[in-house]
Structure formats: C-alpha cells, structure tokens
Design a binder for this molecule. Structure first.
Ligand code: 2HA
Ligand code: ZN
Length: 295
C-alpha cells in the first residue's frame, strides 16, 4: 500500500463517528503508542471489536462497497463489526486524520469476507495483520473470562531484542519477564507465547498466533514485535507497557555483565497462583527454563 504524503487534520466535530467513546479511546491509544516509540513508520496495528450497543450508535450501519474475501475465515465472528487501523497507516497520523487511517468493517455471516462501513476515505484496506486480529478475538471468545475486545500489535524495541538473546521458547521468555519484576506475574499470569520468525501478514502467522493466544496473554513474534490482547484499551495498552518495561529491566540486568545473583523464588510464584485462584499458567510457575542469565 503506497503511503500518502499529505494529510488534512480532521476536527473531532466534523464527523459523529469521531465523538463515539470507543473511537476516542482507540485514537488516544494510537497517540500513546506513538509517544512510547512502539511504532516506527507504519509499524503496528490496532483493532477493537464493537459491542451491540456501540453498533447501534453508528450513524451509518450499512456497509458499502464490495465484499472482500479473507485468506482464512473466522465463522465465530460472522456479522460482527470491528474498528481497525488501515494497512500502511503510520501511528503518528492516525488521530490526526482518522477517517483515512482507520476503518470500521463488518464481516459477512460466514466470517469469510469483510465490507467497509466507515473510514478508508482515500481507499485502501484494513491492516495486513487483519487475520491475526480476528483469529485472536475468535479464539479468546471461547473462554468467557479471557474474551478480548482490543487487539494491539506493536514493535517495542526491548521486546524485539529478547528474540536476539533468548531461546524462542514461551517458558523461557515468560520466566525471564516474570523474574524481572513481581507485578508481571499478576499482569500476565498466563505468560507470553512465542511464534518463531516468519513473514508477517496472512494465514500462517495468524494461525500460529491464535494457537498461542489460546493459552497466553500476549504473543511475541520473534524479531518482529508483540501482540497483546485486552478486555479494554487500558488492559491491552497496559500489557504492552508492562512487557516492554520488564524486557527493558531484563536487558539492563544482562548489560550489567553480571550473572543473576538474586531471584524471585518459585514459592512466590506459587503464592501468586494461589492469590489468582489458579488462573495462571502453572507450567511456568517452576523454573528450569533455558535463560542464559542463569548459566
Ligand atoms: O502494520 O506491523 O506486522 C505493519 C506491521 C506488520
Ligand atoms: Zn508488525
């Protein structure tokens, strides 16, 4: 998708869609992610799954244009509406010119194609990672307490650095992050899944990501970035921030050139699991991963 070179600021009052609370929160997250340096150029993408009452708030609910087929169908999401960043959109432009850089789409009943409801004013299509966003929503909706409304993909530098250092294995990566600061085990008790380095976009990476999302809170794409799921914008953004910060702490410790001298004992993770009523990835509670810092 060629990138636009000029943008016209879109005033919030110019379009009723921009006044909707979920749209405002979506745009605020884009600005915050850009300020956090999670998004170089057109890196990253964001999606929001609309609730029924939010669909009713849309001034125009009927899709326009043709049905565009997707590589992989998501039958569980047939007929659902999503607000999503446009392919090629740079996060620094999204809240400045939202109608060009985002869109609301509706899926057909079989969840195999999408149609435009709002946005993409200069043409284009939703993010190249559309399939990953949708499959992640579908897989998490199978577990009611883990259902997500926000899917957030970004390129935080510290997190990407981990895939240059650590074995690309979910337990090792999760333990390295949990061991960096104690809040991590509370904030992502199911840990971080890892998908090995592969070409972004399309069915292969989205299938493997959804598989990891079934049992983890976030998924690291090796040498690429991170996918975070959340029940709302604060949860998804907070997860991205927390994992980024834990990765930064881990890297600072490694940069000190010292071996790990003090660690969070497994007994503490057991206590956290108890405090969370067992809603934690128990396979990661006891060490034995392959962390080079422990060698
Ligand atoms: O949208 O981040 O993974 C650009 C990307 C692709
Ligand atoms: Zn990416």
């Amino acid at each position: 998708m060629p990138m636009n070179t000029t943008w016209t600021a879109q005033e919030p009052g110019s379009d009723p869609v921009l006044a909707l609370p979920f749209v405002r929160e979506f745009l605020r997250l884009c600005d915050d992610g850009f300020r956090m340096r999670f998004h170089e150029r057109n890196g990253g993408n964001l999606s929001y799954w609309l609730r029924q009452e939010e669909i009713r708030m849309l001034p125009e609910k009927e899709p326009k244009g043709s049905w565009i087929p997707m590589e992989a169908a998501v039958p569980a999401l047939g007929g659902e509406y999503f607000l999503i960043t446009a392919s090629g959109s740079c996060f620094r432009n999204i809240s400045y010119a939202p109608a060009e850089n985002t869109c609301i789409i509706r899926l057909n009943d079989g969840g195999s194609s999408w149609q435009l409801v709002w946005g993409l004013r200069n043409g284009g299509r939703p993010t190249s990672e559309l399939e990953s966003h949708l499959q992640n929503f579908a897989i998490r909706a199978q577990q009611p307490e883990r259902e997500s409304r926000v899917m957030y993909h970004a390129h935080p530098a510290s997190v990407i650095t981990l895939s240059n250092l650590l074995p690309q294995d979910s337990k090792t990566v999760t333990r390295a992050l949990w061991s960096s600061m104690i809040e991590c085990a509370f904030i992502f008790p199911y840990g971080v899944g890892v998908v090995p380095c592969m070409i972004p976009g399309g069915a292969k990476i989205s299938g493997q990501t959804a598989e990891q999302m079934q049992t983890h809170d976030a998924v690291l794409w090796a040498h690429h970035g991170l996918f975070c799921a959340g029940k709302d914008f604060d949860s998804a953004f907070g997860l991205m921030e927390t994992i980024d910060k834990a990765a930064e702490i881990y890297l600072k410790f490694l940069a000190s050139g010292q071996k790990r001298r003090y660690t969070i004992p497994d007994a503490i993770f057991e206590e956290i699991a108890q405090a969370l009523g067992g809603k934690m990835n128990m396979a990661y509670v006891h060490g034995g991963g392959d962390d080079p810092a422990d060698e």
